[in-house]
Design a protein around this ligand. Structure first.
Ligand code: AMP
Ligand code: FE
Ligand code: FE
Ligand code: ZN
Length: 294
């Protein structure tokens, strides 16, 4: 693999390392992700559903049958003090006990939190838990989140789109909101590392999801614990944020990654709108326990 050319938005070609499917809050299947990635000019793609590996098998089968390169990963819900943190993890052993337990407890916490939020919402918007589960395309294998509550509110006619619901009742500043109890980012770094994986802080400077961002010292602490990289090329990070992250990555010798955070029709983000350079992907593959597919 060769090193890529860069412009202000990162590498001009490479891999999209941040994609969601119906196994969490995306609207397309893993096979549809691979089909689309194949025709989009991407060099490869990663599946990164929230807190699960349930889509890996289907993605792997599609990637192998198309001969298209795939990394297997997840986006793990975490927190560091009062800051909600998303961690991208790649190429770990999906049967590792620490990872299995991490996902089991987060998924259980997500279910309990979602039921409580729906009960709050139902006082003003007559939707039921069944209305929310009706929006999960893979039943219990779907990681449930606010997007499915948003979809239920859209189906019931309260909002026109998921994004409108997120600007209203589903917002983290609404009176119905309840956070998901999550493992610390430090624990996630350690668990992913023990499972042979590579960890990257997702969209660290996205003010649309965090009023307070991770500080430099919080990122340094994660790097000391074995964090591998920072997702710099993401639409949520502003110009100042990108500059800050690039400086930190340089200082701490962290990988610089990029991804679209594609959710199919669930978000405006376009597949491949941000990418990771081929040489960075090569380092992720080299560090990770699981081989690259195709
Ligand atoms: P949760 O983890 O259940 O709190 O839900 C957060 C998820 O909602 C994130 O993973 C995003 O993908 C999704 N999300 C956040 N904002 C929006 C939005 N405006 N439109 C669609 N999806 C969103
Ligand atoms: Fe999401
Ligand atoms: Fe995220
Ligand atoms: Zn994401």
């Amino acid at each position: 693999m060769t090193s890529d050319e860069y412009n202000d938005c990162g590498p001009v070609s490479g891999w999209d390392l941040h994609c969601h499917t119906v196994f969490s809050d995306g609207t397309k299947t893993p096979a549809e992700l691979i089909d689309l990635a194949c025709t989009s000019g991407l060099h490869g793609v990663a599946i990164t559903d929230h807190d699960t590996t349930a889509g890996w098998r289907e993605a792997q089968q599609a990637a192998e049958s198309q001969g298209f390169p795939l990394l297997r990963g997840s986006e793990i819900t975490a927190q560091d003090g009062h800051v909600s943190v998303h961690m991208l993890a790649y190429q770990y052993d999906p049967e590792n006990e620490g990872i299995v337990e991490l996902f089991r407890s987060t998924r259980q916490a997500r279910l309990e939190r979602a039921r409580r939020m729906v009960s709050r919402l139902s006082k003003d918007f007559p939707i039921t838990w069944d209305d929310v589960t009706a929006q999960t395309k893979k039943g219990e294998n779907t990681t449930v989140g606010r997007p499915h509550m948003a979809d239920a509110l859209v189906a019931a006619g309260f909002y026109r789109t998921r994004s409108e619901a997120f600007a209203g009742a589903i917002s983290s500043s609404s009176k119905y909101y309840i956070p998901t109890p999550s493992p610390t980012a430090l624990r996630v770094v350690q668990v992913v590392r023990l499972a042979g994986g590579v960890s990257v802080v997702a969209h660290p400077c996205d003010y649309s999801r965090n009023r307070v961002l991770l500080s430099d010292s919080q990122i340094r602490r994660l790097a000391d614990a074995g964090l591998d990289g920072l997702e710099v090329w993401h639409r949520g990070n502003g110009d100042d944020g990108r500059r800050r992250l690039l400086k930190l990555a340089d200082e701490l010798d962290l990988l610089v990654t990029g991804g679209s955070d594609w959710h199919g029709a669930g978000k405006p983000n376009k597949l491949g709108e941000n990418v990771t350079a081929d040489d960075v992907v090569a380092q992720i593959v080299q560090r990770g326990a699981a081989g690259m597919v195709a």
